[in-house]
Design a protein around this ligand. Structure first.
Ligand SMILES: *Cc1c(COP(=O)(O)O)cnc(C)c1O
Length: 413
């Protein structure tokens, strides 16, 4: 039931017959709910689906409050602001991430401090965070300051990339009593669990995205969740132009027009009803790939931490050029020729030209992961035939490929 003309996000439109990386799956009551918006004239940012989407998403992840936003980047922007991040503060953030949380930090005039990834699960390396906070920083009156720059460290943004959680207990232990707010970027990991708790609900605030390629989509949309009522109220206020008096147009702060519309929230409600099916589909594809590549030298499939339940949002392998014979970018080319879309991970933020004004910190693990990582097609609803095509295409170039591909398929996913 994939939409007839899937257009892959991110990146260029995918030609017909091509297997896209990750496209939306609109298989629930989306039409029905959108029709209800049009029939009732509730198309704008006031309407029952906005409230319902907030309520149901909060309930789903077990948060007390949720505030919808136009996209995940906007949610992060507001989350950081209500968490107290101001101009010239430092904010720790994963270097191996899509750029959105870094942009949000910079919108506030704050200074990102890029934290390397750990090589096992590819998440923010808590050892590097510990080293930074103990060696480079000092605590004074319940706040933390960078010894060299004198700047306050206002927040940390662990990014739960690819559907896998960051080690949050370590982050919480390191930041306890430090005055550092914990803002989780859970945009790629809706439904993932850290020691049984939903990611996004462990720090002070968590953010989700409903962009086209995420676990559930509203085309574009976002949400922040928190258990802190004051933060939630402030966030809602800021997303609606900080309006004190709607009749007289009195505004108490510089706010934003960041509210999600009722039409998009309607799609979100329908998508959220299918979240478990979407996760099941992602896990099935991951299991299929895991089984297929288990014995392929030079292909490392994702390692899920024992304390984690990953939703496997984007199935990403590491390609060891020496062992596999070709590197990740060459493999991407081979797949492209066979109508299969794949993608490297993001350029690490400490290398991004957009951050060239900041002092460089070495993040060697993220650089190696960027060189080796390749994300494979894993759209919700991906067929077994398509999975098989991807597997066969990779097996065909694997060392000793011919012998192995005759034995294929190894086992059911
Ligand atoms: C998708 C994403 C976001 C939010 O993106 P939007 O397109 O603004 O919804 C934020 N952080 C990460 C890591 C993401 O992958």
């Amino acid at each position: 039931m994939r939409s007839e003309k899937p257009s892959a996000e991110p990146g260029a439109p995918v030609a017909a017959g091509m297997i896209p990386l990750s496209v939306p799956f609109l298989g629930g009551r989306e039409w029905e709910y959108v029709k209800e918006c049009l029939d009732t004239n509730f198309v704008s940012s006031v309407g029952p689906f906005v409230d319902r989407f907030e309520r149901e998403l909060a309930a789903r992840v077990g948060a007390a409050h949720a505030v919808a936003a136009v996209n995940g980047t906007a949610a992060l922007h507001v989350a950081l602001r209500v968490a107290g991040v101001r101009a010239d503060d430092e904010v720790l953030v994963s270097t191996l991430t899509f750029i959105a949380p870094v942009n949000a930090i910079r919108y506030l005039g704050a200074v990102p401090v890029f934290i390397d990834a750990e090589p096992e699960h590819l998440m923010m390396d808590v050892g590097t965070v510990a080293e930074y906070l103990t060696r480079d920083c000092v605590r004074r009156n319940g706040s933390t300051y960078n010894r060299k720059t004198g700047r306050r460290v206002a927040a940390i943004v662990p990014v739960h990339i690819l559907g896998h959680p960051v080690d949050m207990d370590a982050i919480l232990a390191l930041t306890e009593g430090s005055g550092i707010a914990v803002v989780e970027d859970a945009t790629e990991s809706l439904g993932s669990l850290y020691k049984g708790r939903a990611v996004g609900t462990i720090g002070d605030i968590g953010c989700f995205s409903f962009n086209g390629n995420k676990l559930i989509t509203t085309g574009g949309g976002g949400m922040l969740v928190t258990n802190n009522e004051r933060l939630a109220r402030h966030a809602k206020y800021l997303t609606t132009q900080a309006k004190d008096d709607a009749v007289e147009f009195i505004h108490g702060e510089v706010g934003y027009n960041y509210r999600l519309t009722n039409v998009l929230a309607a799609i979100g409600c329908a998508q959220l009803e299918r979240l478990d099916d979407h996760i099941a589909s992602k896990l099935a594809t991951a299991a299929r790939y895991d089984a297929a590549f288990a014995e392929v030298p030079g292909i490392r499939t994702p390692i899920v931490a024992p304390w984690a339940k990953s939703v496997q949002w984007l199935f990403t392998v590491l390609v060891d050029r020496d062992e596999f014979g070709i590197g990740s970018r060459e493999l991407m080319g081979v797949l492209q020729e066979q109508g299969i879309q794949s993608r490297p991970l993001w350029q690490p933020m400490h290398l991004s030209p957009s951050q060239a004004d900041l002092p460089r910190r070495g993040c060697p693990v993220a650089e190696r992961l960027n060189r080796d990582a390749l994300s494979l097609p894993c759209s919700v609803g991906m067929t077994r035939e398509d999975q098989e095509r991807v597997v066969q295409a990779i097996m065909a170039v694997a060392p000793g490929a011919r012998a192995r591909s005759r034995r294929f398929p190894l086992r059911a996913g």
